[in-house]
Ligand binder design. Structure first.
Ligand SMILES: [Zn+2]
Length: 304
């Protein structure tokens, strides 16, 4: 507190609620109605009242929580609100506050699609400790953006002590796990038995026939044109037999090629944009349960 007692003091419990409202809004992508409903189940506003769309919105647009002071006279339009850096501690970072304002504007303009801030693994990862969802979360350290996932029961209720996991680590264990599952998946099918052709025998017969025709030609029993026609016919017949005798082309993609495609996907995974990653992940998996003992591992994986 300053000498004048004007400095804002954060009430710890309220600060946690405010932080959670911001997190649900900017990191989970929840709307104000869903947030209000959720907050009512676990808490009340500082005035002891109920949360509703308006109280949630008021929290989200209040610059005080990002460490600013602000003032607006009753009859001033919102744009004229005076916002200055404050000296009180911030509950949310300025980045997160700005993000919330961007979201609010986009939602108001109707540009907000659920997809735009979804996470690749949203709705799929389950906590191996308590079974709750692992939900996406973005944080910024030294100007670098980190995406991770954390147990909902852990961060929202404190009833679970499962650790959070970075998306990089999560992708690593998931991709490593699919490789194991994929092993043997592409085993070429047993070849269907084909009509057996004895090619050497056929060639021998053909030679004999040609010799006979040659002799008939020499004896004058066969005209040159007839001889040519017979040879031509025989060539075609032998060609057809040869094709029949050739091994059947491979029906399945060779495992080596599948491996290569998969390896490319794995090594380029971090370069693929989130919406594509999400399409791939969501088209492959229904549920992935993760748990950390010594290291992270996959307890259960349910494919689509
Ligand atoms: Zn948990």
């Amino acid at each position: 507190m300053t000498a004048l007692g004007l400095e804002l003091v954060i009430v710890q419990e309220e600060a946690l609620l405010v932080k959670e409202v911001f997190d649900l809004y900017t990191e989970e992508g929840w709307g104000v109605t869903k947030i209000a409903k959720y907050m009512n189940e676990k808490s009340q506003t500082k005035e002891g009242g109920k949360w509703d769309n308006k109280t949630v919105r008021n929290v989200l647009k209040n610059p005080t929580y990002a460490g600013y002071n602000h003032f607006k006279a009753e009859d001033w339009p919102e744009e004229q609100r005076i916002i200055t850096p404050g000296t009180h501690p911030a509950i949310v970072s300025k980045e997160q506050f700005e993000k919330a304002q961007t979201f609010r504007k986009r939602r108001a303009d109707g540009h907000m699609s659920r997809r735009s801030f979804d996470y690749a693994y949203s709705g799929i990862i389950k906590c191996g400790e308590c079974g709750a969802n692992y939900v996406g979360n973005t944080s910024v350290h030294s100007g670098k953006k980190y995406t991770g996932y954390r147990c909902l029961n852990q961060y929202a209720k404190g009833t679970c002590d499962a650790r959070s996991i970075s998306e990089t680590k999560l992708s690593k264990i998931v991709l490593a796990h699919i490789e194991l599952v994929d092993d043997g998946f592409q085993n070429p099918k047993a070849k269907s038995p084909r009509n057996k052709v004895n090619l050497p025998k056929e060639l021998e017969i053909s030679q004999k026939r040609r010799r006979n025709w040659m002799m008939a030609l020499g004896d004058g029993k066969l005209s040159g044109d007839d001889y040519a026609a017979l040879i031509d016919q025989e060539e075609k017949r032998i060609q057809a037999i040869k094709e029949k005798a050739e091994p059947e082309p491979e029906q399945t993609i060779p495992l080596s090629e599948v491996r290569k495609t998969f390896d490319d996907l794995k090594s380029n995974w971090q370069l693929i944009d989130t919406s594509t990653q999400k399409q791939i992940v969501q088209s492959l998996f229904k549920k992935i349960t993760i748990k950390k003992s010594d290291d992270w591992h996959i307890v259960d994986m349910l494919t689509v």
